[in-house]
Every structure is written in structure tokens, then in C-alpha cells.
Design a protein around this ligand. Structure first.
Ligand SMILES: Nc1nc2c(c(=O)[nH]1)N[C@H]1C(S)=C(S)[C@@H](COP(=O)(O)OP(=O)(O)OC[C@H]3O[C@@H](n4cnc5c(=O)[nH]c(N)nc54)[C@H](O)[C@@H]3O)O[C@H]1N2
Ligand SMILES: Nc1nc2c(c(=O)[nH]1)N[C@H]1C(S)=C(S)[C@@H](COP(=O)(O)OP(=O)(O)OC[C@H]3O[C@@H](n4cnc5c(=O)[nH]c(N)nc54)[C@H](O)[C@@H]3O)O[C@H]1N2
Ligand code: SF4
Ligand SMILES: [Mo]
Length: 754
């Protein structure tokens, strides 16, 4: 093990200015706070995916030197994937941003500046943009990877303090579809399940989801299922998950909607529906029933490119198993008609009454560690607590709860990510603040995006590293403390709040995002608005009040200690639920809940009573006729390019995972393209050959990986390599505005080995 003193940034001897003394306020340098047992160990939630595994940090002098999975945490039960085990290593990288950096307008070089200078530049230049081009000419793009309290503070600062309107986050790339689909169908963005459902289901249907790679610990939960379940995978590729399934349906890319409507028609035809549930708890079924009649097995099999026998077997699985659960991820969320596709899955669960009971549900698996937090509490696409900006009574509630002057809350919705990008093109957006997302690699049709960044008058990037594709384009770089260097909560896929704790000192002058937002407010001159937002836990208290009476009510969670002591707490957890568990007369904190009663808090699912969050309590059937993908294949571009996760050891744009020598051993360093052996032969690919992949927008050259995992006519490139996104056309779903990353027409050319 490396000694702390040997870690490169520990040797940092930069100026310790008065300025830093003033701004750090307990969040910058100095000792890790002793509030979480300063002795041998403390628990915290992993900072990569939304599985939300509990990790145990092993401390020396109050600082984490190692991590192990927590055997008692209800999510991971003692397991972790390679990223979790290695999570401390990326914090120690020499390219950590340790000082604010400002671009010298003459030389173009980035130069270290004090925090005072950086914050002064931030406020004066963003304000100048607003003076020249109007208050809504500044925007931010944020993330599902910082703490809930940080997101909430940012959303309040920008919309209530800085006079901004347009902002979005990388959750648009990830979970927007699930958000909109649930909201329309069930009345609230409410994934209904708990992880125990993986173990309690008789038939698990995974659609566009590869948990064996992308959510390995959830996959372990599936493997713990003792009910001999059918495991069905709908994925054009024979993924690691599909190989382990009992039934793989290799449907044609983006034929999901047709197939799912055909499935609904076949189930209705067999009478495999729950009429009493439909009558009591849903709206719109008769019209849906009439609509799906056109989706005959013949049509479906032809459009999805599967055999009739396979289709019949799929119908049989779902019709005959008692507890059926539907799980979806990016193969559904990222598409040109993704919202209706997600809703086709919700419709299946509704019409068969498979929701609100053990082992059932229409269950979207979340991607980033805190995408759930950003969906409900970031004040970006919806007003705090899943409220609407356009609703006057919602605005008044928030203004009153936060003691804001009437009229502070904007009445309009923000533009979505793609509209902000278009806004840069049209000149409507001139100042951009990018926080904890690496858009210059991850956004769709990336060359256009990166060209557009050049048109901005001011680009601020707030990140852990100076080397990300986006940071390198910044005019101002704000050095952020990362996961484990700060405190707050994450919300995982099953709606569970978990604690992030400060068990490491941030390097140099890096500050937590929370502290940076507070300092921006001060520099902007709007800190009075945020007086009550002084610490993460104070913000958590505000979020409790903002959630009260909403479907995501967490008013019954006392404080951080309760979350920590109970293995996380799922929303909702209302004051009434708390009072049932803890006699209010005893005045004991929730953390003192007797062990015997902890199970009542640990695992909960939604909609057990068939009451949904719509005004009339009924879930709604949504559907639309399937449309072909806009980036069509033709004689010139005959292959379909699919993208997604390549390995359990790579995280997105690889800014963090590339920093671990252990993780680096576990994935190919150079971009590669998976191609079927028949196609390899067709294009004349030689062993160890390389391939040129060209779309209507760009081209790349990558190593060839010849494998029957992909079907003929399709190729796959992992998203972790920055070469891939320039190829993909900017197509978004009309309702969720989530990009369609998983369908791009390309042509291939074999190149000799390099
Ligand atoms: N190791 C690792 N884990 C991660 C991440 C990571 O970067 N690395 N990222 C996290 C995040 S933010 C997310 S959102 C999740 C994503 O988790 P997943 O969605 O499971 O991962 P992907 O590989 O993006 O996509 C899943 C599958 O969709 C399939 N697919 C493509 N097109 C279609 C289609 O038209 N129909 C169907 N049915 N399937 C299709 C792809 O072949 C792929 O196997 O993973 C999370 N976990
Ligand atoms: N082709 C293709 N493209 C895709 C996808 C796909 O399937 N195919 N998937 C999409 C999906 S689902 C997602 S979620 C996106 C992800 O896309 P991004 O969000 O752009 O990817 P990350 O690499 O996670 O970027 C996070 C950034 O935040 C920084 N960071 C980490 N922690 C902190 C922190 O605490 N504070 C601050 N300030 N910075 C921090 C990291 O260093 C990194 O630069 O990619 C999308 N892009
Ligand atoms: S599965 Fe997700 S939450 Fe669990 S250790 Fe791996 S990255 Fe972390
Ligand atoms: Mo994601």
C-alpha cells in the first residue's frame, strides 16, 4: 500500500493564501471531520453507479486508506465490482485540479489564480454576458454524480439567485426517458421496486439492459434468485447478460416498440391479463387493446427479425409465470421513440397487474450514482420535489417553504440539453458552466458540440481533473473535491438515500462543489437568498420540508445519522411512517430504531395499494405508432452502429477509471469495434486488422474485435472511447429529449494491422 505522503499531490506546496483560509470554511484543507467515528472504519456509498453499494472505508488518522464492500449493507451484501474496490485510487491522480486555472487571453495558456480572483472572474464575466445578451444567455450543464444537497444548492443558486433559466444535466443522456415515462404513466417519476424483487421474481425481462457489465452487483442479486426464474433478455447483441439468460431475443435495433406491442396483443389474445386490476386501477386500456390488434405475430417477427418460435416462447414465459418483472436501461431510454418504448413496458406490467407486489414491476434501472437525486431534487427540469415550474400553487409552496420573495421562482421550464446546445449555435446562450460532466466526450454528434463551444464568450468547467476533454476547452477551471472528499447523500435506483462522507482531504485548494456554489453565491452578491443553505445537512433539512406531502416525502428521516445507521432509507419515508415505528412520546432518534424493526424500513416497494400518483389515482396507458429511426441505413451506410458500456472497469469518459492501474489492466486501452465473423469476412478483414467506421458525419479507425456477440449487419463500439460520439447524429426522443445513442448508420472498411 502506498503511504499517504507518497501520493504526488500530497507533496503540493502551492501558495496557502489568506484567500484560501477565508474560503475553505472547514471544507477545503485541514483534517477530515471526526463526526463519523474517527476510529478504524466508517461506511459510505460508492460514487460510480446507481446500484449504490455500501463500502467500508478503513481509516488511518481519520483518513481512508482502503475500501472493502460492506457485508451488512442491504444493497450489495458484501459485494463490490472492480470500480468500487478501486474507488480511492482516482482521487490520487497527478492530474487532479488543485488550483483554479484561468485562461490567459493573450497566450491562451491556463494560469493558476487565487480563489478570490477565480470567483471574481466568474461573477463579472457571467454578469457581463447577461448584460449584453439578457439574463437567460447563461446556462449550466450539470450531473447525476454529485450529492443531492449540492445539486439542490446549484439549482436554487442559478434559478433564484443568478437570474438564470436554462440548465440541464447529463441525466438527460441517461434517465430523462424513464422520468417522463413514469410521470405520464404513473403520475410521478417513481421507479416502484426494491432490489429484493430481483430475487423474488419468477420471470425477469431485461430490455436494452446489460447488468452483468453495467450493474454487476444487481446481476449478483439476480443470481441469488432461488425461484428458478426465467431470465429473458431483449438485446440485439448476445451480451454477457444474454449469454447467462434462459431466453435471448436478439431483436433488430429499435424494433422494441413493435415487439412490445405485439407481446401485449398476444397476451391479451391468450387472456393473460388482469381485468380486475385494469378496471380498478388504470385508464385507457380499451383503446390500447384496440390499438395493439394490428401488431400480429407475423408483423412483429418480420420487423423484429426473430422467429415465430422465439416469439411464442417469449409470450409463454410471460403468460405462465406468476411474478413477472420488467427491467430496462439504455437500450430503451436512448432512442428516437424511447418514452413510448418505456411506456410499452409499463403498459405490460399494468395490464397483467404485475406491479406493487413482490417480484414484479416496470422497473427502470438508474445509471449514475445520483441520477435519482437529480431527477427530483436538482430544480433543473422540474421544481423541487417533482413540482412544476408552470404551476402557480407549486411555485407559491416552494417560495413559502424557502422563504423566498413571491415571484422568485421562474414560471417557465428550462431548455433541455439539446436545446441549450442549439441555443449556443443561435447565439442565445453565450456563457456556459459545466459541472461534473464531460460533455466534450459524452454529448451526441460531438464534433458539432465541440465546434459550438468555441462560440461561447465564457466557458467555466468545474471538475476533479485538468485533463478532461471539456476542461481543456475551459476559460476558467474550478477545482472540485470528489466523492469521499465531501459529505452529502446519493439516491440509488431503488429510491434509497445513502451517505457520502468526507474520508479524504481534497488535494491542494480543491473545494467541494457545495462550497464552490456557496462562494459563487457570495461573489455574485446573492448569498442572502441562500442563507439557510449553509451546510449539506441544513440543505437536507430543506429538502425534507420541500418533499413533505409529495410522493417522494422524506420528512420522516431525522438526519444523516438515521440514514447511516439504517443501511440507507428509501423514499418515501413520511413523518407518519416514522411515528408508527418510533413512539413520538419517547423522543428517541430514528437511528435508535430497535434491530428487530429495522426490516420494516429496509425494503419497500411502491403502489402496493394500486393507488398511483395521477390526479384520479389511476395509471394511464400511453402508446403511439412505431416510426423508423431517423438515421436510416441505405446502400452507402448499410451497418447499424450500437454503443454502450464495454466493461465493468470503465466508467463513461474514463476520467476516473483510467487512473487506476488495476482497472486499466481489465479493459482494452484503444478503441475497438465488435464485428460479426460473417461481416469480417465480407469486408476482407485480416487477423489483427483494423476497421475504418464512417457515418454521415465523421469517421474513426479502431481495432477489430471479431465476435458473434454482435449480429451480422451490426457493429458495437463502447462509449468510453472519445472517437465514437462524433459519428452519431443528434436525434432525440420528442418527449424526453434524451439522445438516441444506440442507432447510427455506418459503413465499414477493412484496414491492415497497424
Ligand atoms: N462499468 C460501467 N457501469 C456502468 C456505467 C459505465 O460507464 N461503466 N454507466 C452507468 C450508467 S450512467 C448507465 S446509464 C448504465 C447503462 O447500463 P446499460 O443500459 O445496461 O448499458 P449499455 O451498454 O449502455 O446498454 C445496454 C444494452 O442496450 C443494447 N441495445 C442497443 N440498442 C438496442 C435496442 O434498440 N433495443 C434493445 N432492446 N437493446 C438495445 C446494447 O446492445 C446494450 O447491450 O450503466 C451504469 N453502469
Ligand atoms: N455513445 C454513447 N454516448 C453516451 C452513452 C452511450 O451509451 N453511448 N451514455 C450516456 C450516458 S447514459 C451518460 S450518464 C453520459 C455520461 O457522460 P459524462 O457525465 O460526460 O461522463 P463522466 O465521465 O461520468 O463525466 C463526469 C465528469 O465529472 C467529473 N467528476 C466526478 N466527480 C465529480 C465531483 O464530485 N465534482 C465535480 N465537479 N466533478 C466530478 C469527472 O472527472 C468527469 O469529468 O454519457 C452518455 N453518452
Ligand atoms: S456495482 Fe456500482 S455501486 Fe456497486 S461497487 Fe460497482 S460501481 Fe460501485
Ligand atoms: Mo447514464
Amino acid at each position: 500500500m502506498k503511504l499517504l505522503a507518497e501520493i504526488p499531490w500530497r507533496a503540493w506546496k502551492g501558495p496557502l493564501t489568506d484567500d484560501l483560509e477565508r474560503v475553505q470554511g472547514g471544507f477545503g484543507l485541514g483534517q477530515v471531520p471526526a463526526r463519523w467515528k474517527p476510529d478504524a472504519t466508517t461506511g459510505l456509498i460508492c460514487g460510480f453507479c446507481a446500484t449504490g453499494c455500501g463500502l467500508t472505508a478503513h481509516l488511518v488518522d481519520g483518513e481512508a486508506v482502503n475500501l472493502t464492500p460492506d457485508p451488512h449493507f442491504p444493497v450489495n451484501l458484501g459485494m463490490a465490482c472492480p470500480k468500487g474496490w478501486e474507488a480511492l485510487v482516482p482521487l490520487e491522480s497527478p492530474d487532479r485540479a488543485t488550483l483554479p486555472l484561468l485562461r490567459n487571453p493573450t497566450s491562451g495558456a491556463m494560469e493558476a489564480v487565487s480563489w478570490s480572483r477565480a470567483l471574481g472572474e466568474f461573477a463579472s464575466r457571467m454578469k457581463l454576458v447577461q448584460q449584453r445578451h439578457g439574463p437567460h444567455s447563461i446556462a449550466f450543464l450539470s450531473t447525476g454524480q454529485i450529492c443531492t444537497e449540492e445539486m439542490a444548492l446549484l439549482g436554487a443558486l442559478f434559478k433564484f439567485g443568478m437570474g438564470g433559466l436554462h440548465c440541464d444535466s447529463n441525466t438527460r443522456q441517461c434517465m430523462a426517458t424513464a422520468h417522463v415515462a413514469y410521470k405520464q404513466s404513473l403520475g410521478f417519476d417513481a421507479p416502484p421496486y426494491t432490489y429484493a424483487d430481483f430475487e423474488e421474481s419468477d420471470c425477469l425481462v431485461f430490455v436494452g439492459s446489460n447488468p452483468a457489465v453495467a450493474h454487476p452487483i444487481l446481476w449478483q442479486r439476480v443470481l441469488r434468485n432461488r425461484r428458478s426464474p426465467e431470465i429473458v433478455v431483449l438485446d440485439p447483441r448476445k451480451t454477457e447478460t444474454a449469454m447467462a439468460a434462459t431466453l435471448h431475443v436478439p431483436l433488430a435495433p429499435k424494433s422494441d416498440l413493435t415487439l412490445l406491442y405485439g407481446l401485449a396483443a398476444a397476451l391479451i389474445g391468450r387472456g393473460a391479463v388482469d381485468r380486475p386490476f385494469i378496471d380498478a386501477h388504470t385508464r385507457g386500456f380499451p383503446d390500447f387493446e384496440a390499438f395493439v390488434k394490428d401488431f400480429t405475430p407475423e408483423r412483429v417477427c418480420s420487423e423484429a427479425g426473430i422467429t415465430r418460435a422465439l416469439f411464442d416462447r417469449l409470450v409463454e414465459c410471460i403468460a405462465t409465470r406468476a411474478r413477472v418483472s420488467y427491467w430496462w436501461t439504455m437500450g430503451v431510454n436512448q432512442g428516437h421513440e424511447s418514452t413510448r418504448t418505456a411506456q410499452a413496458l409499463i403498459n405490460l406490467a399494468l395490464m397483467t397487474g404485475q406491479i406493487g407486489k413482490p417480484g414484479t414491476g416496470a422497473n427502470s434501472i438508474t445509471g449514475q450514482c445520483n441520477a435519482m437525486g437529480s431527477r427530483i431534487f436538482s430544480n433543473v427540469t422540474n421544481l423541487f420535489g417533482g413540482r412544476e415550474f408552470s404551476n402557480p400553487s407549486h411555485r407559491a409552496e416552494v417560495e413559502s417553504l424557502l422563504r423566498l420573495p413571491a415571484g422568485t421562482v421562474p414560471t417557465e421550464n428550462s431548455w433541455a440539453y439539446d436545446q441549450i446546445v442549439d441555443g449556443i449555435e443561435s447565439g442565445a446562450i453565450r456563457g456556459l458552466w459545466v459541472i461534473a460532466t464531460n460533455s466534450s466526450h459524452s454529448w451526441i454528434q460531438q464534433s458539432r458540440f465541440n465546434d459550438l463551444l468555441g462560440r461561447l464568450e465564457f466557458l467555466v468547467v468545474q471538475d476533479l481533473y485538468t485533463t478532461t476533454e471539456t476542461a481543456q476547452r475551459a476559460d476558467l477551471l474550478l477545482p472540485a473535491a470528489g466523492w469521499a472528499e465531501k459529505e452529502g447523500t446519493f439516491i440509488n435506483s431503488e429510491r434509497r438515500f445513502g451517505m457520502v462522507k468526507r474520508v479524504r482531504r481534497a488535494p491542494g485548494q480543491a473545494l467541494s462543489d457545495f462550497q464552490i456554489f456557496r462562494l459563487v453565491a457570495e461573489a455574485w452578491g446573492c448569498s442572502q437568498i441562500l442563507e439557510v443553505w449553509h451546510s449539506p445537512e441544513a440543505v437536507f433539512g430543506l429538502l425534507k420540508e420541500l418533499s413533505r406531502g409529495r410522493p417522494c416525502d422524506i420528512s420522516g428521516i431525522d438526519d444523516y445519522r438515521a440514514i447511516d445507521a439504517l443501511g440507507g432509507i428509501q423514499w418515501p419515508f413520511t413523518t407518519a411512517m416514522r411515528d408508527q415505528l418510533m413512539d413520538p412520546a419517547t423522543d428517541l432518534p430514528l437511528e435508535a430504531l430497535p434491530e428487530a424493526r429495522v426490516s420494516e424500513v429496509r425494503e419497500r416497494r411502491l403502489f402496493a395499494d394500486g393507488q398511483f400518483a395521477t390526479p384520479d389515482g389511476r395509471a394511464v396507458f400511453w402508446y403511439a405508432s412505431p416510426q423508423p429511426p431517423p438515421d436510416t441505413t441505405d446502400a452507402e451506410f448499410p451497418w447499424v452502429l450500437l454503443t454502450g458500456r464495454g466493461s465493468s472497469s470503465q466508467w463513461h469518459t474514463n476520467t476516473r477509471t483510467a487512473k487506476s492501474p488495476v482497472l486499466r489492466q481489465l479493459y482494452p486501452q484503444a478503441c475497438y469495434v465488435e464485428i460479426h465473423p460473417d461481416d469480417a469476412a465480407q469486408i476482407g478483414l485480416r487477423p489483427q486488422g483494423r476497421i475504418r467506421v464512417r457515418s454521415r458525419r465523421a469517421e474513426l479507425v479502431a481495432d477489430a474485435c471479431i465476435t458473434p456477440m454482435v449480429q451480422p449487419g451490426q457493429v458495437f463500439i463502447p462509449m468510453h472511447y472519445s472517437e465514437v460520439n462524433p459519428l452519431i447524429r443528434s436525434v432525440v426522443d420528442p418527449y424526453s429529449r434524451q439522445p438516441s445513442y444506440k442507432f447510427c448508420a455506418v459503413t465499414l472498411e477493412a484496414l491492415p494491422p497497424s
